[in-house]
Design a protein around this ligand. Structure first.
Ligand code: ATP
Length: 224
C-alpha cells in the first residue's frame, strides 16, 4: 500500500540547509500497525508529513496504492489525502468553540451531506468512542483522553484507509494512554493501516512493527 524508495528531504532556510531524510526505503502493507521511533530531530514528523501528503519530498519515490505522489497536482494531492488519510495529533487540534459532535462532523462538511445527517453520523462515531454523552460538550470541558477520542472519531469519520498519528499519547497520562492505544488497536483490527510516531516504548510495543529512525535513515525495523 505504501512504498517509499530512496526518499530524501532537505529543509532550506535563508542561511542554511538541513538534510533531514537521507534515503528512506520503506514498505507498509495494507492493514499494518506500525510505529516510528527515534531521537528528537531524527526526522520522524517529517516522514509522517510526507506519508500524509502534507509535505513534499525532494527526490525518490512515494507510491500510495500504486499512485506516484509527486505526479499529483496540488488539488489532486489534497483530494487523495482527504480520501485516503486521517490524522491525529498530540495536541488534538480540536476547534474550541465547537462541541464534540460538531468537531467530529467537520470533515463531512465538504462532502455535500446535510447538517442533520452529518451530526447523526458524528453521534454514531462518538458512540463508538464511548463518548455519546459528551456530544454537546466543548473541548475545554473534556479530559485529554476524551479530547483525543473526539479527534480520533473526526479522523476516521471519512473512512480513510490510513490513520497517521503524531505522538497521539504525548499529552496523556499512562492510564489514558492505554485507553487510547486500546482504541487505536481496535481500529487497526477493522483494517485501517495505522502509523504512529511515538517516543514511548509502551506505545510502540502495542504495534506490530517498530521503525527505528536515526539521523534521517531507517536503522532497523523491529517486529513485535
Ligand atoms: N519546516 C521546517 N523548516 C526547517 N527545518 C525544519 C522544519 N521542520 C523540521 N525541521 C528540522 O528538521 C529536523 C527534523 O525534524 P522532525 O520534526 O522531522 O524531527 P522529529 O524526529 O519528529 O523530532 P521530535 O521528536 O522532536 O518531534 C529538526 O532538526 C527540525 O528542526
Amino acid at each position: 500500500m505504501i512504498t517509499l524508495r530512496d526518499v530524501n528531504k532537505t529543509y532550506y532556510t535563508e542561511a542554511t540547509s538541513l538534510h533531514v531524510l537521507k534515503g528512506i526505503d520503506l514498505h507498509i502493507e495494507q492493514g499494518d500497525y506500525v510505529s516510528i521511533m527515534g531521537a528528537s530531530g531524527s526526522g520522524k514528523s517529517t516522514l509522517l508529513n510526507i506519508l500524509g501528503i502534507l509535505d513534499n519530498y525532494d527526490t525518490g519515490d512515494y507510491y500510495l496504492n500504486n499512485k506516484l505522489i509527486k505526479d499529483l497536482s496540488e488539488t489532486q494531492a489534497a483530494a487523495y489525502r482527504n480520501e485516503m488519510i486521517g490524522f491525529v495529533f498530540q495536541s488534538f487540534n480540536l476547534i474550541n468553540f465547537k462541541n464534540a459532535m460538531e468537531n467530529v462532523a467537520l470533515p463531512l462538511y465538504y462532502k455535500n451531506i446535510s447538517r442533520k445527517k452529518r451530526n447523526a453520523i458524528a453521534l454514531e462515531y462518538l458512540d463508538r468512542m464511548g463518548l455519546k454523552d459528551w456530544a454537546y460538550h466543548l473541548p475545554n470541558e473534556m479530559s485529554g483522553g476524551q479530547k483525543q477520542r473526539v479527534a480520533i472519531a473526526r479522523a476516521i469519520i471519512s473512512q480513510p484507509k490510513i490513520l497517521l498519528a503524531d505522538e497521539p499519547t504525548g499529552a496523556l497520562d499512562s492510564q489514558t494512554t492505554e485507553e487510547v492505544m486500546q482504541l487505536l488497536g481496535e481500529l487497526n483490527q477493522t483494517g485501517i493501516t495505522t502509523i504512529i510516531v511515538t517516543h514511548e516504548k509502551a506505545v510502540a510495543d502495542e504495534t506490530r512493527k517498530v521503525i527505528h529512525i536515526k539521523d534521517g535513515l531507517i536503522q532497523h525495523i523491529e517486529h513485535n
